[in-house]
Design a protein around this ligand. Sequence first.
Ligand code: MG
Length: 380
Amino acid sequence: MILLRADIERRERETLAPYAAKSADSRGRDFPESEDPFRTCFQRDRDRIIHSKSFRRLKGKTQVFVAHYGDHYRSRLAHSMEVAQLSRDMARALGLNEDLAETIALAHDLGHTPFGHAGQDALHECMAKHGLSFEHNEQSRRVVTLLEQKKPDYPGLNLSFEVLDGMMKHRESGEMSPLSGTFKPSLEAQLVDLSDKIAYLNHDIDDGIRARILSSESLDSLALWRQAKETVRADLSHSHFISAMISSLITLMAKDLMSNTDRLIRERKITTLDQVYKTQDSLVAFSDGVAGEVRLVKRFLYDRFYTSPGVMQYNNRGQEVIRFLFDELLKKPSLIPENFSVRGEEALIQVKDHIASMTDEYAMDLYDKLHWKAFSRSEI
Ligand code: MG
């Protein structure tokens, strides 16, 4: 048996929730293309993302630690895969379009800088000095609509409207998207936003414990951690115990998110995708109680992990590298590889695009090279 695209599209109509985004109803691409015989538009978009250079570079970008600190800490690639896994599983359970959710999840961090959030903050500060800004969601969109160059026919990857709209995360309540004229993106995109949060909170706890910056005992101050503990055997070895705790914590958050989302959809009497687009608040949300607990987990990680000396020393180093590269590349934009820069863009934007694209290692190597040159110049 071979399933054709039309068969998959029919299955979507038969099996997905009425408010799910159906691939056959996509608003389409900026540059019209003929359809693939086997894959839906969202499957095709996912494949374009996986085959892009920016996606491969995610493996060399830090999530919290500088990439080569240890073999088992999450890179941004591992993070994106975990977000995709959570998004797919919950999308399936909620009758939403798994392919769309997975595609948005895999693309959501493509514009992230090297050196994690510290890197993003440093690049933003550099841009702010020139009256501009840097934000990684905006940069992710820029990567897929402009910087990736796959075909001579168009810039970027020419993704479907629903994927691009879904990549504009963190849309505030009541703010209309200039792209779509809608208040909220699809439920699939809203789901990825929360999957991102579940993924990073949990893997950062895991990585924090692995690095011995966090301890299981200190986490006992969190109600959600204590609740997860009730389902985990106390006689396990340390590593089995931590694995079981992370798994239990993810389950707890995911279950609450799904049941509360289902409740919101029913309460608001949502039956079409158009209603989703026109709803001003998020329909994918934790219950109030768990949302409050999740905020406490985030606060805990911020205070005890992200700003701990063990993480800050790497963050500071990463920020120093970015500031130095920004100044050097701005002085000499010819150092930016020719196949990288977008023709006609001012130097400042080219420098921003280039630095955002770098892996941690590429940035550090270039820093060493340019720093040595600057140093030897001043010696002469
Ligand atoms: Mg993320």
